[in-house]
Design a protein around this ligand. Structure first.
Ligand SMILES: Cc1ncc(COP(=O)(O)O)c(C=O)c1O
Length: 410
């Protein structure tokens, strides 16, 4: 295992490593003073002995904060996965050590979300954005219509890609009020191939309270990138769920896809093999080299979620965590939430002061005080506090206290 103090002890006072180094690296010793200081800063910033107490409140929308114990476990396995003598990044995806990781990750995912046996759990690449085209490419024929519930920029992007393969029909949209609410009704088409919705709208801070009432027998497809496993999910209601990992599940570079077997079988055959769900389902996500580190880390996150008490408990924690911030916003005379009550997200809390200059000052002062990533998306402006599963409740309380002081000082 990585020895915590070893690197620090081995350093010379000038910040260079004392270890004998190959001649090729020698020119590093002649770094200019400013480069030298940058180098030293970088080393201390990413050094494993970087003190925990110096981690700041990370409100990033994604990649986002991960549970500290997951990061520590991953750090410990970078040089050797268990006692294998080979780091997690270096294991073959076909070797027994990684296969054990993969099997455990799938098993924990199934346990966590109570995924029925006729659903496949896949780990794909290309981000959630690739699902925008993979879904219609596999499941929408040229003469077919698919219904899309458009609640933000990500759903709009999904519609745009569907146009390449068939006829997307916008069955509901909240664009009329800059996506600040979740539509209550939808006008479904006659026989849609599927209904697609985005369960949480990362940019606009809205979230579906429950699944839309899609027509019976029509597969429901969900982009759950920014709220997957933030609460219990009845997988049976869905044909396909996809989520980029980098918010609630792990690092960027891996996309979780949960897909019912009949949809896998029904998928198009006249498209490249890498783009067929069938290929990945038949090869347990290892048709080509899968994102092994992402799968490993996602597995650690699943274990962490199970340890928290599973999805019901995670929901309780998330609700308790978001409430103080929404309560504060509702009574504030300076800040106001941008999402309608009843449509508010547990994961991304969006708010403004109504004055761009004050917003900017707030973001700058918050950053200086150790609250990072609060700048809202440019299409909404203002602020966004992303408080995914791994974001600690204490961080929200600290933010509310900072906002209260900021307001009082105006
Ligand atoms: C809801 C939603 N869908 C899709 C995406 C795109 O994900 P990716 O960057 O993995 O393609 C994002 C990214 O933030 C998102 O929030």
């Amino acid at each position: 295992m990585w020895q915590r103090g070893r690197r620090a002890k081995a350093r010379c006072p000038d910040g260079e490593f004392a270890r004998p180094r190959p001649r090729l690296l020698a020119p590093t010793c002649r770094l200019t003073a400013s480069l030298q200081s940058l180098f030293t800063q970088q080393i201390s910033r990413f050094n494993p002995v970087y003190p925990m107490s110096q981690r700041i409140h990370n409100f990033s929308a994604g990649p986002a904060v991960l549970p500290v114990e997951v990061l520590e476990e991953a750090r410990d396995n970078l040089l050797s996965l268990g006692d294998s003598g080979i780091g997690i990044l270096e294991h073959s995806h076909r070797g027994s050590a990684f296969l054990a990781v993969y099997n455990q990750t799938v098993a924990d995912c199934r346990k966590l979300a109570n995924i029925p046996d006729d659903y496949h759990v896949l780990f794909l690449q290309g981000g959630a954005s690739s699902q925008f085209f993979m879904v219609p490419q596999n499941l929408l024929q040229q003469d077919q219509t698919a219904d899309y519930l458009v609640t933000g920029s990500w759903s709009e992007k999904a519609v745009k890609q569907a146009k390449r393969f068939g006829h997307p029909h916008v069955a509901a949209s909240s664009k009329d009020r800059n996506f600040c609410y979740i539509p209550q009704t939808a006008e479904y088409s006659d026989k849609p191939a599927y209904v697609h919705f985005t369960s949480n709208n990362t940019i606009f801070g809205t979230q579906w309270a429950s699944e839309p009432n899609n027509p019976s027998g029509v597969p429901l497809i969900c982009d759950a990138s920014s709220d997957i496993f933030c609460r219990p999910i009845d997988v049976r209601k869905y044909g396909l769920i996809y989520a980029g990992a980098q918010k609630n599940l792990g690092p960027s570079g891996v996309t979780l896809v949960i897909i019912r077997d009949d949809l896998v079988k029904q998928g198009a055959l006249d498209i490249p093999e890498m783009l067929q769900y069938r290929t990945h389902a038949e090869n347990e996500s290892a048709y080509n080299t899968p994102p092994t580190f992402g799968i490993y880390l996602m597995g650690l996150v699943f274990q962490w979620m199970l340890k928290q008490g599973g999805l019901s408990e995670i929901q309780r924690l998330n609700e308790d965590k978001a409430r103080p911030l929404y309560d504060f916003l509702d009574q504030s005379t300076l800040f106001r939430p941008t999402a309608d009550d009843g449509s508010r997200s547990l994961m991304n809390v969006t708010f403004v002061t109504g004055n761009e200059t004050i917003d900017k000052r707030f973001i700058a002062e918050a950053k200086a005080a150790g609250f990072d990533g609060l700048k809202g998306h440019r299409s909404v402006g203002g602020m966004r506090a992303s408080i995914y599963n791994a974001f600690p409740a204490a961080g929200v309380e600290a933010l509310v206290s900072f906002m209260r002081d900021f307001e009082a000082a105006q």
